[in-house]
Design a protein around this ligand. Sequence first.
Ligand code: AMP
Ligand code: ZN
Length: 468
Amino acid sequence: MPALKLHDTLTRTDRETTPLDGKTLRFYCCGPTVYGPAHIGNFRTFVAQDVMRRVVEASGTPTLHVRNITDVDDKTIRDSQKAGQTLTAFTQGWTQKFHTDCAALNLLPPHIEPSAVAHISQQVAMIEKLIAGGHAYAAPDGSVYFRVSSYKDYGKLSHLEDRELRLGASEAASATDSDEYTKDSLTDFALWKARKPEDGENFWPSPWGEGRPGWHLECSAMILEYLGEDFDLHSGGVDLIFPHHENEIAQSCCSTHGHFAHHWMHVAHLMVDGGKMSKSIGNLYTLEDLAQRGYSAMEVRYVLISGHYRAPLNFTMHSLDSARQALQKLAKADKALATVSPALPEAKSAGPFQEAWETLLNDLNVPGATGAIFGVLNKLKPAALSAEEATAARNGLHFMLQALGLTLPVLADEAATDVPADIQALAQQRWDAKQAKDWAAADTLRKELEAAGWLIKDSKEGFTVVAK
Ligand code: AMP
Ligand code: ZN
């Protein structure tokens, strides 16, 4: 099968995702900072990466997916202290919540999920190499900085001019540390942050004194540990291109033989009312917020993939209603095909959805692919198909659904019709909890529903709510 062609931020061209080792596509995604629930903006990036992985795997190439957990930085330390918890207990709680949400969104778990705190020694070793090579220096307070002027290719990913780099760095400096004056140059960034009183118990020993690693360093160190110096692909949201990914390249290339990711995939932002969805602006939605309004995680997933990943996507409640309709239409088509071809579908090839599949292979054009799927379904008359034709169509439909990571809802005519919206919403939350294997939450919600006079009947594909 042909390989996925994906836009590369570095070369600004679409390139085939053929594995360097001829076998496995090895890729790294910058993971979440675990100091609260991830919002659906974060999930836009993780869902796009999931579709990328699914498409690569569906085209016959196995993957090795590494995604980190950022469990030490200013925000995790600050908020763990506010919560009166140790950093470990605090970040473990939010990591668990992240996993629950990922499962509800049908995200394939990464093969390796390393955390920054568990890799301090690898980060210290990388700093030692950078200092030895003249790429980093210790400041009098015990912090260590990367010397940006020592790396001539700095800025090649973000295509920034010198002037813009300086502007970006001075903005970053004024927004963060007040003690950045210890740096030789404004563009230099911290590899090691000397211990400060507000860090509390959260510091580690190092050759430069007690402190903690800078945020950019963890990804470079964990990539070296799990993927080596050369690997296929690196991904994150567009906000990470500069400075985070630029800094990762500098750290890694200067401490190894000058190699790093061969391909860069960046996901454009999810917006609300034309602005970026972010915690600091306070315009964010979590899966829980949307479940309370009666929307399932699968409907959220559908919305998140409905725009091309390289174009900003404006989130509205209306888009969730459209997603519900689209998923129901797919479920109806599947049901109609199942009456002619009742056997469990085998999702091995696209069959009559070949055009949709090829559209997806062309830089993950999901809106184009779903358009092509509906184009085929609109013309399809299942009752007029032979069993063989219906089987090919149903298998092809499931191949596409699997590549997109979509699961089908229970159809309204199969569910009880007079279920109040709040009960339906609770039942949906319970289903999502169950999908996420959060048995305790699922149990509590079931009991709550029973107390309100409603029973839930589960099937493989979904649930039905009936009066007790
Ligand atoms: P964080 O937890 O802040 O480190 O972010 C996790 C991931 O979410 C990163 O890849 C970010 O680039 C991405 N991200 C943050 N905000 C948004 C947004 N509004 N839309 C899409 N991706 C985002
Ligand atoms: Zn990173």
